[in-house]
Design a protein around this ligand. Structure first.
Ligand SMILES: Nc1ncnc2c1ncn2[C@@H]1O[C@H](COP(=O)(O)OP(=O)(O)OP(=O)(O)O)[C@@H](O)[C@H]1O
Length: 517
């Protein structure tokens, strides 16, 4: 290496990794300069998480090398990765929920430093890190009491406490509110200013353009392009990822809403602690329309989906659906709602949408396995399930199209496609759909959005919950805003803009009006 060029914070050369028939990473090279934010983008299944898992020592590469600050290193497990200064913030946090922040951070930290110097020293060090990087968290709080955005800060602190100089974040904003996401990007900026190198995996091109210095694009296991962020735009990046031009807007005509198919009146729900999570929510959903529910996550949208889909029983109120009146005294469970032709794509696919130990063909019929289509002798039904799964995988571009692969071994976005395909393909009268494109790449988003509009145009009713305002505005015909468990407003989509919705979501619409006439 020449004397003038400082070594890269991290450099990969010729990294390859195969899982059976799938070549997840193919001869990958990457150079990340110190103190920069480097974006990695690519379609679902392109191999981004695999590459990061190799850097962090979860997987060993079949071939290739990793250098840190110009020195080749051997990373065989995450302890090795931490030793050479790599930290990772996963999509699913790895915290002990009933421990305090402090306990989580010192848990298993290198060399028993805590035993040597005591908890007070650890507390001091955390204070220093918090103020240096805008990472305010109460170190004595119990992790499960913290909102997701703060739990993520704990993960970042944990990595920095272990001496991370390179921080990898895998889709960090998928579970964050817009405000939490803004704060995260401020944190990343101050990390960069202090010389920390950040690798950011995200499907949101707007985040890439706003926060990174450089961006690398993966497609089908290969690194296909590198760009200086300032020299590129959304359109070029989308095309590089997918290999063809992508329409970045939803194509849809005005809705022609028909009769009301679902009517909810004064739904209330108290949780186990007696907290009122839904406060007298009423809504009407019509055939042939997409009703969007906007709101900062945690304001009752999940509870509303759970009550409507029969997963939770309301505390008071009533629902009229398919000629039935559902009340707390006459509840229906999720299986009964499915029989009445209501389908539900839950917000959290890991907790509720999938059984990750199942093979894809089983996951593809989960909840509908008693249906006539799969009945018959066991072998016959397995064959029917298998055939249908193959067809769906082709229609929804699930990669790899292998019905025998365990659900856990599909990339996150492809798992989401399996769940949505299963629900949409039932041709339901009502589709409840939560965060439909979380973790999904730009090409697959286009397909999922098209399928939702197609269902609407076939006269079906769709209730859409999403924290992505862009998605709510692009798909909905009518928009309801929820705040603190209640409906605080409704606007026709044609009159909705980001500012109005944002203010309603913060329940500051009237003040906002006053402040900015
Ligand atoms: N443990 C495993 N066993 C078998 N195949 C795997 C395993 N892990 C990943 N794969 C496959 O490797 C390929 C790359 O997956 P990876 O998770 O790296 O993609 P990704 O780019 O992170 O996708 P996403 O954006 O959907 O998270 C996929 O085809 C996936 O199914």
């Amino acid at each position: 290496m020449s004397n003038q060029t400082p070594p890269y914070a991290i450099e990969l050369e010729g990294i390859s990794k195969r899982f059976g028939a799938v070549q997840a990473n193919k001869d990958i090279s990457l150079q990340v300069p110190t103190g920069t934010i480097h974006g990695i983008i690519g379609e679902n299944g392109a191999g981004k998480s695999t590459l990061m898992s190799i850097i962090y020592g979860f997987y060993e590469a079949d071939t290739g090398s990793i250098s840190i600050d110009g020195e080749k290193v051997d990373i065989r497990n995450s302890q090795d990765a931490i030793k050479v200064g790599i930290g990772m913030v996963h999509q699913h946090f790895m915290l002990v929920e009933n421990f305090s922040v402090l306990e989580n951070i010192v848990l298993g930290a290198e060399g028993g430093a805590v035993l040597k110097h005591g908890l007070d020293a650890a507390r001091e060090e955390l204070k220093r890190l918090e103020s240096e990087y805008h990472l305010d968290v109460d170190v004595d709080a119990i992790v499960e009491d913290l909102p997701v955005g703060l739990q993520q800060r704990v993960e970042i602190l944990k990595a920095l406490y272990r001496g991370a100089k390179i921080l990898i974040l895998d889709e960090p904003t998928g579970v964050l509110t817009p405000q939490e996401a803004d704060h995260l990007f401020r944190i990343l900026k101050s990390l960069k200013e202090q010389g920390v190198t950040v690798i950011l995996i995200t499907h949101k091109l707007r985040e890439i353009l706003a926060s990174t210095d450089n961006v690398s694009v993966m497609r089908q296991g290969e690194m296909v392009a590198h760009r200086e962020t300032a020299t590129t735009d959304k359109e070029e990046l989308a095309e590089l990822m997918v290999g063809k031009k992508v329409r970045l807007k939803v194509n849809k005509d005005d809705a022609t809403p028909q009769q009301t198919v679902l009517s909810a009146k004064d739904l209330s729900l108290f949780d186990e602690q007696g907290v009122e999570r839904l406060k007298k929510v009423s809504l009407e959903l019509k055939a042939g329309e997409i009703l969007g529910i906007a709101g900062v996550s945690g304001n009752g949208q999940s509870e509303l989906l759970n009550v409507l889909s029969g997963i939770a029983t309301m505390s008071s109120g009533s629902i009229e659906f398919a000629g039935q009146t559902i009340t707390p005294n006459a509840p229906k469970d999720a299986a009964q709602m499915r029989e009445l032709k209501m389908a539900h794509v839950p917000e959290d696919r890991h907790k509720m949408g999938l059984v990750t130990g199942f093979e894809a063909y089983e996951a593809a019929v989960l909840g509908y396995h008693n249906s006539e289509a799969y009945n018959g002798r066991w072998l016959m039904s397995r064959k029917a399930m298998f055939k249908e799964c193959e067809q769906r995988m082709a229609d929804w571009d699930v990669r790899p199209p292998n019905p025998l692969l365990k659900t856990a071994n599909f990339s996150g976005g492809n798992q989401q496609k399996i769940v949505i395909a299963r629900e949409v393909e039932q041709n339901p009268d009502v589709l409840l759909i939560g965060q439909p494109t979380r973790g999904v790449d730009i090409g697959a988003i286009e397909n999922i959005h098209e399928q939702i509009v197609k269902l609407r145009d076939a006269g079906k009713a769709i209730l859409l919950v999403s924290v992505e305002l862009d998605e709510i505005m692009a798909l909905s015909d009518r928009i309801i805003v929820m705040f603190d468990g209640a409906v605080v407003g409704e606007v026709p989509a044609s009159e909705a803009d980001e500012r109005t919705l944002g203010l309603m979501m913060a329940n500051a619409w009237n003040e906002g009006q006053g402040a900015n006439p």
